[in-house]
Design a protein around this ligand. Structure first.
Ligand code: ADP
Ligand code: MG
Length: 256
């Protein structure tokens, strides 16, 4: 390939928004020469690599915007530590058919059983599959919506929680909400109903939500929208956080 042609391809690829081709044209042609590639195989290689680079960039950008607290995956989740949890239920969710169907998933259980871990893992998978993702604790969401409401910008702020294909609402039930706060949550849940998925985690059973939202009628209205299309996974087992802590304490007392 002449230098002139190489330069022209680089410029054209740049203009077409194909940065990977622009950067690696020499490498591509070397590989094509070495493998004695035909025209179609060469074109296939160039296009599929460009697409892979683009998908990867979009995935990383999506993760940055998602505000996920970490990027743990299901491979890092030790199912043997929660024998009562059926791994198939979680792996079914990881196929993301509930996201495709704009349905919800709820992970319930006491602290430390991995509710947030699994919610994040599902969100990372959704992000990789091309869905937009946003992570928030319930309390942060309520605080932000309240502040926006006070500043007359509620509609604008609601968009943060309505736009993403997948909204992760973590830690429902840690703080008791006032009526106005519960009403803001209702707005998010009802506006997302059948429009976008919610993955939520809670340390409370649904029957306790009346107390969490300070109002049985409002709690029922929220649950009605949320649970109409929802996979519920209850994890009733030991805390993984305590497992490591207890081991450390046992070790220390052994030494003493
Ligand atoms: P929860 O949200 O239920 O309180 P987390 O998801 O925050 O619990 O889990 C607490 C910590 O323990 C996290 O670092 C998480 O990655 C880890 N963890 C929990 N359960 C498991 C498990 N079964 N296998 C591996 N790590 C786990
Ligand atoms: Mg958690």
């Amino acid at each position: 390939m002449s230098e002139l042609t190489g330069n022209r391809i680089r410029t054209t690829a740049g203009k077409l928004g194909l940065p990977h081709l622009a950067e690696t044209i020499n490498e591509f042609t070397r590989r094509a020469d070495e493998a004695k590639m035909g025209y179609l195989d060469f074109l296939d290689l160039v296009l599929s690599e460009e697409l892979a680079v683009r998908d990867d960039r979009r995935f990383r950008q999506g993760l940055r915007l998602s505000r996920l607290p970490h990027h743990k995956t299901l491979d890092e989740y030790d199912f043997s530590f929660q024998p009562d949890l059926d791994p198939r239920k979680v792996k079914d969710l990881a196929t993301l058919s509930f996201v495709e169907a704009k349905a919800n998933a709820a992970l319930l259980g006491p602290p430390g059983v991995g509710k947030t871990h699994i919610a994040v893992a599902l969100a990372v998978a959704a992000c990789r599959a091309g869905y937009s993702v946003y992570f928030t604790s319930l309390d942060d969401m309520v605080r932000n919506l309240k502040a926006a409401e006070a500043a007359g910008r509620l509609a604008n702020k609601l968009g943060t929680y309505l736009r993403p294909g997948v909204l992760v609402v973590d830690e429902v039930g840690y703080e008791i909400l006032e009526r106005g706060e519960a009403n803001l949550v209702f707005q998010v849940i009802s506006k997302r109903y059948e429009k976008g998925s919610i993955i939520l985690t809670s340390n409370k059973t649904f029957s306790e939500w009346g107390q969490v939202f300070g109002d049985e009628v409002l709690a029922t209205a929220i649950l009605d929208r949320l649970l109409h299309h929802c996979d519920v996974i209850s994890i009733n087992g030991p805390s993984y956080r305590l497992k490591n802590r207890l081991k450390a304490i046992e070790r220390d007392t052994d030494v003493a």
